[in-house]
Design a protein around this ligand. Structure first.
Ligand SMILES: Cc1cc2nc3c(=O)[nH]c(=O)nc-3n(C[C@H](O)[C@H](O)[C@H](O)COP(=O)(O)O)c2cc1C
Length: 346
């Protein structure tokens, strides 16, 4: 079976979302957090706080398990230089994280123009410097640097990347550097940064990368059904896993349904998830997120901005008129009424 990894989506897969998903739907082997970045020369406080929500139970024990499920939570960082990389990696290591993912794929102009995410893919020198730093950090245990004082096992590093910002040659020019680095995994989203999240996926380049990559490779991009996961498993026997973002937000039971398959032909589900079952679990998950939003935010608009995003990708799973009412709600009372109506309680 392929590993199913939950992709990070800034603004959607928040700490409370990841925790509630692991508890209520499960089926995911690891949750990748939206990227931690530098703000005023330091790791951004808001990003660090969000990491702590999902790990409230195990913050002191250097454990990366999320909730009671055994899914791992892997923090991600984005950086434009080895200096930024070091600050962020040190902060996570000091917090006890043993695995860190490095973002070389974010296509948002705010990051790309600052030479981060997909904007770093055409800079072999900076990537080489960061890989050298990864080599240092992943070989040091019980090091002298304060951040490494408690570390007793090697830190693992992975990379999430695209084919390039402007052309797929960028990924292939970097591959020899990445192949030499001690990475635990590479996740490839086979689009260019300039495509953002739309347009054709370049399977031809993905296949070339799959053949030439010496690390465990994870595929990411446009997976929305169990049969697509099965198809990836059949087509790419060496693949280490699939990372799914929007597909899991739209159907949070997707990974659990795949895990419930008896074989890779997708022929025999062990337990079928009815639509009613899915809705029941969605309401349960929503309640956790709603309660958390009310506890941690003040005022209708702040709370609404957190809870309305929960439904955004779920449009196909809920009746249209409920979806519209949820989206249109400008007051908390209107929002609650829309939810009650959908649950058949009003
Ligand atoms: C709104 C939004 C926010 C995202 N935030 C991140 C992020 O913080 N880190 C990251 O590596 N990718 C981020 N991504 C990319 C996703 O992780 C994923 O690669 C992308 O959605 C394609 O996978 P999918 O087709 O399964 O959704 C984001 C994507 C979107 C649409």
């Amino acid at each position: 079976m392929l590993k199913n990894l939950f992709a990070p989506l800034q603004g959607y897969t928040t700490g409370i979302y990841r925790k509630a998903h692991a508890e209520i739907f499960g089926g995911v082997d690891a949750y990748y957090t939206p990227f931690l970045r530098i703000e005023n020369g330091k790791p951004r406080e808001k990003d660090l706080r969000d990491l702590e929500i999902a790990n409230a139970e195990c913050a002191n024990s250097r454990c990366t398990d999320i909730a009671e499920e055994n899914a791992r939570e892997i923090p991600q960082i984005i950086a434009n230089s080895v200096d930024e990389f070091k600050i962020l990696a040190d902060a996570l290591i000091a917090k006890g994280y043993m695995e860190i993912d490095f973002n070389m794929g974010c296509p948002f102009p705010m990051q790309v123009n600052r030479h981060r995410g997909a904007g770093i893919l055409n800079d072999k020198q900076t990537v080489q410097e960061i890989m050298d730093e990864i080599r240092k950090l992943s070989s040091v245990t019980n090091g002298t640097a304060p951040a490494m004082a408690k570390v007793t096992a090697p830190i693992k590093f992975s990379v999430k990347m695209r084919l390039g910002q402007d052309a797929p040659d960028e990924a292939f020019a970097l591959l020899p550097i990445l192949n030499e680095a001690p990475l635990s995994q590479i996740t490839l989203h086979p689009r260019l940064g300039k495509q953002q999240y739309k347009g054709a996926i370049d399977f031809k380049s993905f296949e070339k990368f799959y053949e030439e990559c010496r690390h465990p490779l994870v595929y990411n991009g446009d997976i929305t059904t169990v049969s697509q996961i099965c198809e990836m498993e059949r087509r790419y026997p060496k693949l280490a896993g699939v990372m799914i973002g929007r597909g899991l937000l739209a159907k949070p039971s997707l990974a659990a349904e795949y895990k419930g398959m008896r074989d890779i032909n997708c022929a025999a589900p062990l337990n079928s998830n009815t639509h009613q079952n899915l809705l029941g679990k969605l309401f349960q998950m929503h309640q956790v997120i709603f309660d958390h939003a009310c506890k941690t935010n003040q005022g209708d608009s702040q709370i609404l901005s957190h809870v309305q995003s929960f439904w955004e990708y779920l449009e196909p799973s809920i009746p249209k008129k409920n979806f519209k009412k949820i989206k249109k709600a400008g007051k908390l009372s209107e929002y609650q009424e829309a939810i009650m109506e959908m649950r058949g309680l009003s």
